[in-house]
Design a protein around this ligand. Structure first.
Ligand code: ZN
Ligand code: ZN
Length: 255
């Protein structure tokens, strides 16, 4: 399973960090974990076969996590040759069906019927959702907005856990236990800590408490860039840590 951190930024405009979007690829599966504004051009820039995307999974409904979704459907409708026939499955916490239907009220009916099948499903916590015969999606509620969830992609060779946006949570640490790779948000420096976001130190604590094998930091607001986030997290977690940049690649299992 391969992870590419396509967008490691936030809603804060940045020349180097696009809003949240992460590419997970395994065989035929091509999954976007979040689809923040600006992601499509980044996918193209990094040479990723975005035309083959099979699933989009949203962690919550802030636009830095879904703003590119209509653009993705529009691009799949008009710029794939031959025309796409494969379904696109859009998943997220309860409310994602309502969100996409509401978007279609504004954008037009093509968003729900772009010429290839679109499946939209609300995923309930605690019910693993099969993405194919071997890989499951799991969700877990986190303290950020009422609908916010962390996401896990569980394959035989390893489990990837993505926090989405979250504050500190001991329950999340238990759910993430033993993950092969924890992709954790790292929004703000410790002196600006909030209950609904993590700092480098708190991301490190989450990785330590969960006993994960590897920590990758993402979702950096500009103030946290003035520090050394990997070092801050390393004060609490002894395993390998990367402060991801847009386009970084990671392998889970195998290799
Ligand atoms: Zn965010
Ligand atoms: Zn958010």
């Amino acid at each position: 399973m391969e992870l590419v951190t396509v967008g490691t930024g936030t809603v804060a405009p940045s020349a180097s960090r696009t809003a949240a979007c992460h590419w997970v690829s395994r065989g035929r599966l091509k999954i976007l974990l979040d689809c923040g504004a600006g992601a499509l051009h980044r996918l193209a820039e990094f040479g990723l076969p975005w035309q083959q995307v099979t699933h989009v999974v949203l962690s919550h409904f802030h636009p830095d996590h879904w703003g590119e979704l209509p653009m993705l459907v529009y691009a799949l409708k008009y710029t794939t040759a031959p025309p796409r026939e494969e379904p696109l499955v859009i998943l997220g916490p309860p409310g994602v069906v309502r969100l996409v239907k509401a978007l279609a009220e504004g954008y037009g009916p093509w968003l729900l019927d772009p010429g290839f099948p679109i499946g939209i499903l609300d995923i309930r916590d605690g019910e693993p959702f099969p993405l194919d015969a071997e890989v499951n999606l799991e969700t877990f509620p986190v303290p950020h907005t009422p609908e916010s969830v962390a996401l896990a992609v569980a394959a035989p060779e390893g489990r990837l856990v993505y926090t989405g946006d979250t504050g500190p949570s001991s329950k999340l640490a238990r759910w993430a236990a033993g993950a092969d790779l924890l992709l954790a948000e790292c929004s703000l420096p410790e002196e600006m800590a909030l209950d609904i976001h993590l700092t480098p130190e708190r991301a490190g604590e989450l990785a330590r408490d969960a006993g994960v094998r590897r920590l990758v930091l993402t979702h950096f607001y500009p103030p946290v860039e003035t520090s050394d986030p990997a070092r801050g997290a390393g004060a609490r977690f002894g395993g390998p840590i990367a402060a991801a940049r847009d386009g970084d690649r990671f392998t889970i299992g195998g290799a």
